[in-house]
Each structure stands twice: as C-alpha cells, then as structure tokens.
Design a binder for this molecule. Structure first.
Ligand SMILES: NC(=O)c1ccc[n+]([C@@H]2O[C@H](COP(=O)([O-])OP(=O)(O)OC[C@H]3O[C@@H](n4cnc5c(N)ncnc54)[C@H](OP(=O)(O)O)[C@@H]3O)[C@@H](O)[C@H]2O)c1
Length: 261
C-alpha cells in the first residue's frame, strides 16, 4: 500500500516517522515536496519514503492520501487537485468536516477524519478517528492509541480535548516552579515534577478499568495532604475553569463551521 501526504509539515513528520519505525513491514510513503527541508529529512532517514514531484503526483501515486495542510490554505490548495473515485482521503485538519471535504475531493467519497498528536512519532500518540474506518484504524493503531468516534460530535469532542495539552504541562510547570521557589535546583525540580507526571500517566495506563474519579479518590487519603490540595483547587474552581476553557474551544469549532455544514 502507498500512503501519500499533502503538506509535509510537523504532523506529517511525526506520522511518517511513526509509520516508518514500526516493527515489520513499513508502508510505502509518498510525501509532497513542501516543506522541502522536512521532506528531504524524511526521505534521507527512511528507505520507504519518497518525495513526489508535486501535490498531484502524490495523489496519482497513492491509494490513500493524507491531507495535512494549514486550515487557512487547505481549501484553495485542494481545489486545484484531481482525486479519483477510489481514493481514500484521510484529513488531519480538525476544522474540516466530512461534508466540507466531500465538496472539494469529489469524486473521492471515502473520507476519514483523524487527529494524530505528535507523540505518534514514538508510537505513543492518541488518535481520534471518524468514522471508524478499519483501514484508518489499522494505520494509526500501531502509533499509539486509536479512539474511534461513532458520530461527528464524538469526534469533535476529542479534537477539542486535545487543546488541554499546554494547560496540563503548565500544571507540572507550576509544581517545578514551586519546588524552585523552595530552593530546589532547577534540574532537580524538573526531574521530580516530570517523574510525578510520568508516574501518574503510567498508573492510569496500567489500570484502564479505573475511572479518573476512582484514581482521584484513591490518591486523596482522607485527612491527608492530597485531599487538602484537591479541596483547595476545587474550592477555587480550577477544574470548572478548565472545563469552561474546553467549552470555549467547542464554541470555536462550531463557529468555524461553514453555515452549510
Ligand atoms: N501539529 C500538530 O500537532 C497537529 C496535530 C493534528 C492535526 N494537525 C493539523 O494538521 C494540519 C497541519 O498541521 P502542522 O502542524 O503539520 O502544520 P505545518 O507544520 O505548518 O505544516 C503544513 C505544511 O503544509 C505545507 N504547505 C504549504 N503550502 C503548501 C502547498 N501549496 N502544497 C503542499 N504543502 C504546502 C507547509 O510548507 P511550508 O513550511 O513550506 O510553508 C507546511 O510544511 C493542520 O490543519 C493542523 O490543524 C496538527
């Protein structure tokens, strides 16, 4: 199978790296020539990656075409290209619905939306997929965790949740900064806060049957220090603020939809 990529930027680099470093057979990959430096880097590093002569050459040489363009440029670029009826189009662009894409990639009708995160490069990325296309799931499953959405709204909700990453890092930055303010050297503060972060992630990963509420409850010993911090954060509406921030991103996605969607 040949997988093509139009828009060889940061997320294509991560996905191509992930796909080219899986165990066993690697897919043949055709990337668009722009960005020149990223395309050259991928083709130099991986034997299964080739640079196509143009965007149209990607489409002509691949059965599956991933679209990874910046949302502001994408429509104008895609409109100049000719797809065939049997192409499987996989879009990484969260603000493009299936309905909007079907108008610009016709006669191709098989359209799957996926939002991989950069950690797919080292097979640790979560990827929402909609609709649950078996081939798309098989492509992204080896790159981390695929969560298939059954409806447009389920998919959009997961895309919205990916806006939580910087806020989550800032939480651990707050802990590291606090440790430094207590005179712990910066390298130790980074190491310790990072280790707490990894420990929590590993604990949650190793116990998928436990809800986050159960994990929270288990960590907050009655009368203990964790319970005190949790109560303080809740009393100060920290989690309500986080949830409201995600509502703001949901509204942004809704407002970005063309009125025909
Ligand atoms: N980054 C992420 O973590 C992530 C995750 C999931 C989804 N996405 C989505 O994926 C899309 C791409 O994101 P990105 O972060 O990879 O952006 P990016 O790094 O800016 O990549 C976009 C690429 O498109 C290239 N390009 C511009 N005009 C082109 C043309 N006419 N033909 C072919 N390629 C062209 C750009 O080349 P130049 O550099 O030469 O301008 C750039 O390399 C966006 O819609 C984004 O929302 C991103």
């Amino acid at each position: 199978m040949t997988i093509g990529f139009i828009g060889t930027g940061e997320i294509t680099k991560a996905v191509v790296t992930g796909m080219s470093t899986v165990d066993g057979e690697k897919p043949t990959i055709l990337v668009s020539p722009r960005n020149e430096e990223i395309a050259a880097g991928l083709a130099d590093r991986f034997e299964n990656v080739e640079i196509a002569a143009s965007n149209q050459a990607v489409i002509d040489g691949a059965e599956t075409v991933c679209l990874a363009l910046r949302p502001g440029d994408a429509e104008e670029i895609i409109k100049t290209l000719k797809f065939g009826p049997s192409h499987h189009v996989i879009s990484f662009m969260p603000t493009f619905s299936q309905a909007r894409l079907s108008g610009i990639v016709a006669p191709a009708t098989r359209i799957t939306l996926v939002t991989p995160l950069p950690a797919v490069a080292f097979h640790g990325g979560p990827t929402p997929v909609f609709p649950p296309d078996e081939d798309a799931i098989a492509m992204f499953d080896p790159l981390g965790t695929v969560v298939a959405a059954e409806t447009d709204d389920e998919y959009q909700a997961m895309c919205v949740a990916t806006a939580s990453l910087a806020g989550a890092y800032a939480y651990y930055e707050t802990i590291a900064d606090w440790l430094q303010a207590k005179n712990l050297p910066a390298d130790k503060a980074r190491a310790f806060s990072g280790a707490v972060f990894y420990a929590l992630a590993a604990t949650a990963r190793n116990a998928p049957e436990m809800s986050f509420s159960e994990l929270t409850h288990e960590s907050a010993t009655r009368g203990g220090t964790n319970e005190q911090v949790l109560k303080h954060l809740k009393d100060n509406n920290v989690y309500t603020a986080f949830s409201k921030a995600l509502d703001g991103i949901w509204d942004r996605f809704e407002n970005a939809k063309p009125s025909s969607d």
